[in-house]
Design a protein around this ligand. Structure first.
Ligand code: FMN
Length: 189
């Protein structure tokens, strides 16, 4: 079967991409504006380079053309914290994708505990085992609803119990496949 993207609806393009290019990691992003802590997941997310340590997250504008809170907060404050979620946090991650007014925090509404561990960066999800503390680099104008952000990782938190005595990191991040999630990923050599 050959699918011609010229003849596919936006929804079919999305489902085709997300069921072929997978698993996609999920950037579960905390940002802060005044006292309001915002949290939302994004799976158009991938690392770009390790020197410098850059990654990209592609955030769409809302249907009405306004910016999502995560995008607006990153552009305003130039920092964000990307939490990497494990399976126990899946319910919280899905809840936090609800589109709420700017002044309502997903963390408060859904009782998702956060902790401030680094000055100058938004808090991380308290039960996450890993978080990337990032600075804004630039956006890319694609001329459509998506506006990818390039971010530079400045510091990484890794839960001590996830690092073995040889300094190898063992995380069990969840990923996205189509509209579903991948948990318990098995590594093979
Ligand atoms: C697993 C998952 C992945 C998502 N990935 C993206 C994405 O890559 N880009 C995007 O714009 N929205 C994505 N969304 C939708 C956003 O999470 C949603 O629009 C959210 O309300 C944005 O919140 P904010 O306005 O607080 O930033 C995703 C949702 C889920 C559940």
């Amino acid at each position: 079967m050959i699918l011609d993207f010229e003849n596919l609806s936006e929804g079919k393009k999305y489902s085709t991409l997300s069921n072929t290019i997978f698993p996609r990691p999920i950037a579960w992003i905390t940002t802060q504006d005044e006292e309001i802590i915002n949290l939302a997941p994004f799976s158009y997310f991938t690392p770009l380079s390790s020197e410098p340590p850059l990654l990209i997250v592609s955030i769409a504008h809302k249907e009405d053309g306004t910016q999502k809170d995560t995008f607006a907060n990153i552009l305003k404050h130039k920092v964000c914290t990307i939490n990497l979620a494990h399976k126990d946090l899946l319910g919280d991650l899905i809840n936090s994708s609800e589109e709420l007014p700017h002044e309502i925090s997903e963390c408060e509404k859904f009782n998702i505990e956060t902790k401030h561990i680094l000055a100058g960066f938004p808090p991380m999800v308290a039960n996450a085992k890993c978080a990337l503390f990032c600075e804004f680099v630039k956006t890319i104008d694609l001329g459509n609803r998506y506006e990818p952000l390039i971010l530079e990782i400045k510091k990484i938190y890794i839960d001590d119990d996830s690092v073995d005595d040889k300094n190898h990191i063992h995380l069990e991040n969840i990923g996205r496949v189509g509209m579903e999630f991948l948990v318990d990923s098995v590594r093979v050599h």
